[in-house]
Design a protein around this ligand. Structure first.
Ligand code: AMP
Length: 395
């Protein structure tokens, strides 16, 4: 895998696609700097070599030029994190931008305006990509969050750099971590899938059944399996049209010798609310008027045993409605188990929107082996797809 470490950037301009799609509050201050911090090692490598950086990113979903989505809002935060005053230019292509890039000296950083102010970015327009390519000598893709999109700056631009293109440190680490779980894994391998719906993760399940020894199915999606198997789930969340799909997964798992672990009990509530009345119930015996909103104590113990035996773990999706304190216990307990197993030399990868939010919220983020920065991109890799942004560098 070719990365920034394979280049010397002395006197070179690195055109780096970063993922600075960060959340802003009403005052346009950055409320979560994780993505900026994640791109910093790549930027510092270029600067330390004696090169300069032209950073390009999207922010939000603007329709044309919209000041609220301007990357100018994040200049101070980026400068503070990297420790270099970043220059900003209010466009991303054209003569002025080319001149600003050309005038950039070693050690300097130029941040371009939001790429998605041009529809050409998402359309993967080749002329737009060619204009971007004029800004740098070496193209670096360090944006895992958009690597599953064939956009101009993530994929198309790479063809203008022939040999002079590579992965940034972040993207390389993301690819390595997923490979470590899916291809070069130490066994037993356990995947834990939670979250609301089985339908959104079916392709992931199908792909990983060939790679894992254990599959823990938790959270809202477990009720579709339990009901399909004849259990009474009361008012718990369920996809009634996915029963056959669930039974097929169980059958396939058996054929492939994958052990499936479903919750056996739940914290049930009489309302979808943090203040609801709750009780512990067998997952097969939830009466009407009650819904399972978290894994029960016996389930937590079973999951803990599996996790502690594992040498490789992949976790995507919470075990309950962790946004409400009353139903966060199962997700926290699982996080504790994964942290303990990681201390026991297990490789643990956490990824996909809500589980990342959960590990951050509960303080597990720096106690697992790796937390992925890309939700959709990670799910597509787990589905076995080759991401266009990755392929464009390898070509
Ligand atoms: P996903 O985006 O598919 O990973 O789903 C994450 C969402 O699933 C979170 O917002 C959780 O609150 C929700 N969730 C997890 N367990 C349950 C459950 N038992 N009932 C309803 N929603 C759940």
């Amino acid at each position: 895998m070719i990365t920034v470490n394979d280049f010397n950037f002395d006197n070179k301009k690195a055109l780096i696609r970063v993922d600075f799609n960060v959340p802003l509050n009403a005052e346009f201050n950055v409320t979560d700097t994780t993505r900026i911090e994640a791109a910093t090692p790549t930027i510092l490598k270029v600067l330390e070599d004696g090169g300069s950086c032209i950073l390009m990113s999207h922010l939000g979903r603007p329709k044309g030029v919209s000041p609220e989505f301007s990357l100018s809002h994040i200049v101070d935060t980026v400068s503070e994190i990297i420790g270099v005053q970043v220059k900003f230019i209010a466009d991303c292509i054209g003569k002025n931008v080319e001149q600003a890039a050309a005038e950039l000296e070693s050690g300097e950083i130029l941040l371009l305006e939001n790429l998605r102010f041009y529809n050409e970015e998402k359309n993967g327009d080749i002329d737009f990509a060619e204009q971007l390519s004029k800004l740098g000598d070496i193209y670096v893709n360090d944006a895992f969050g958009t690597a599953h999109r064939a956009h101009a700056s993530t994929t198309i631009v790479a063809q203008f750099f022939e040999e002079k293109k590579c992965f940034g440190k972040l993207l390389a680490k993301e690819i390595e971590s997923i490979k470590k779980v899916l291809n070069d894994s130490e066994r037993p391998v356990t995947a834990i899938l939670g979250g609301a719906k089985v339908s959104s993760k079916i392709t992931v399940i199908e792909n990983i059944l060939d790679k894992v020894d254990h599959l823990i199915i938790g959270g809202g999606m477990s009720f579709t399996f339990v009901k399909a198997l004849g259990g009474e789930i009361g008012n718990s969340i369920c996809e009634d049209d996915k029963h056959e799909m669930a039974l097929n997964i169980l059958k396939e798992a058996k054929e492939k010798d994958v052990q499936i672990h479903l919750p056996v009990d739940v914290i049930a509530a009489d309302d979808f609310s943090n203040d609801a009345n709750t009780k512990v119930l067998d997952i097969n015996e939830i009466p009407n008027g009650w819904q399972g909103l978290d894994a029960g104590p016996k389930s937590r113990e079973i999951f803990n045993d599996v996790v502690m035996q594992s040498k490789t773990i992949l976790w995507n999706g919470p075990l309950g409605v962790f946004e409400m304190e009353s139903f966060a216990g199962g997700t926290i307990s699982l996080g504790d188990s994964i942290v303990a197993s990681t201390k026991n030399e297990c490789f643990s990868l956490v990824g996909g929107g809500d589980s990342v939010a959960a590990v951050k919220q509960f303080g597990f983020a720096d106690k697992v082996s790796y937390v992925s920065t890309g939700g959709g991109a990670m799910l597509e890799m787990l589905e076995g797809k080759t991401l266009p942004g990755i392929e464009a560098i390898l070509k």
